[in-house]
Design a protein around this ligand. Structure first.
Ligand code: NAP
Length: 335
């Protein structure tokens, strides 16, 4: 009877980390299979201009960058499969990955490069209006807001980028931030603060989004407190200012949570915030043969260029692991 084929390496996720791992693994003749996940190309595919990726002095479109990355990986022999992992068994070699399309794949090594997904606030109106005026992606939905007044929530680079992008379409953009200081890099913060169509509501949070799927978003309820973090202040019984603001669009730019749900029963340890824990000097996780790269294991830098770097490291680490299995006397995982 023919044995089911065992892959050398499967890369879970197809953002820059996964693509970079695929290029290195393919060039090492490991015939990598890349599982694209629900967001092929990852977060960059939803980004406009990338200005800080090495080698592009004029900047490069996020979508173009990931398209070229995939082409480069395929050129060296990586194959891309549109599927997500729903269940992983890393308890023995070979590992098995059960996919969203029903397929089960066997592999000797895995690179986790599943990235992170947009955070939400969990406030009233959010579930009902997501996709109906509420969005986590200005690049995707900004063009629906020509002539509108919109709100962007957050004080980091993503929120500033969203706000700047939205000025192309909206009449007014109001950034709502829970403190009176931005977390964003100086260059983006300065651009947003100096932009005529962007105004800031400091020490303010959204407590409700109003509207309906038929009418889309119509207004938001704002809480403010002079010392910031108004929701926490309200919950602690302090007085907060409450106000309603008429807007037709709301964009969240409040960061991302790592996509690690399928790792629950696998022995791959994660931080309290669910980021995969890797070895201090390599991309090795707490399971031999499983490596992690990019935002899924990075609660600090979260840059395209660092994700690409750790992707390359993960492929090199996996290659060394596979060589060690090959050389071990019983062809088993060394302990
Ligand atoms: P981030 O830096 O973690 O910023 C998230 C922002 O959302 C913070 O200002 C935070 O407020 C706010 N926030 C978080 N949870 C909130 C809540 N429940 N309610 C209200 N506000 C909330 O996330 P990011 O902007 O997505 O950036 C992530 C990483 O990607 C960063 O390293 C960033 O530099 C990078 N990035 C770079 C670029 C670029 O260079 N072009 C673009 C996008 C992202 P606090 O400040 O009070 O915590």
């Amino acid at each position: 009877m023919k044995e089911a084929s065992i892959n050398d390496i499967i890369i879970v996720g197809s953002g820059v980390a996964g693509q970079s791992a695929a290029i290195y693994a393919a060039r090492a003749d490991l015939n990598p299979v890349v599982l694209t996940g629900d967001e092929p190309g990852g977060q960059l595919s939803l980004t406009t201009d990338v200005e800080n990726y090495l080698g592009f002095p004029e900047g490069v479109g996020g979508h173009e960058l990931v398209q070229r990355g995939r082409e480069q990986a395929e050129k060296f022999g990586a194959s891309f499969q549109q599927a997500s992992v729903v269940n992983a068994d890393f308890s023995e070699q070979p590992f098995t990955l059960s996919l969203s399309n029903g397929e089960v794949l066997s592999t000797r090594s895995v690179v986790l490069a599943t990235g992170a997904s947009a955070r939400t606030l969990g406030i009233p109106g959010e579930n009902e209006l997501m996709g109906y005026g509420l969005s986590t992606c200005a690049t995707c939905d900004g063009a629906f807001h020509r002539g509108n007044d919109v709100v962007v929530v957050g004080g980091g680079d993503a929120a500033m980028e969203e706000a700047l992008f939205l000025t192309k379409f909206a009449d007014s953009v109001t950034v709502v931030h829970r403190r009176d200081e931005l977390r964003a890099s100086e260059i983006l913060a300065k651009r947003a603060i100096e932009h005529e169509e962007i105004s800031f509501r400091w020490n303010t949070e959204l407590s409700e989004i109003r509207g309906s799927p038929e009418d889309s978003v119509t207004s938001v309820r704002l809480l403010s407190h002079p010392d910031g973090q108004p929701t926490a202040k309200r919950d602690a019984g302090e007085d907060v200012e409450i106000e309603s603001l008429d807007v037709q669009g709301v964009f969240y730019g409040i960061g991302h949570n790592p996509n690690t749900g399928f790792l629950q029963e696998t022995g791959v340890q994660r931080t309290e915030q669910n980021f995969v824990i890797t070895d201090e000097t390599t991309t090795a996780t707490t399971v031999d043969g499983v490596f992690a790269a990019g935002d899924v294991a990075d609660d600090r830098y979260q840059q395209a260029i660092t994700a690409a770097g750790t992707g390359a490291s993960a492929a090199l680490d996996a290659e060394a692991f596979l060589d060690a299995i090959e050389e071990s006397p019983r062809n088993e995982v060394p302990v």
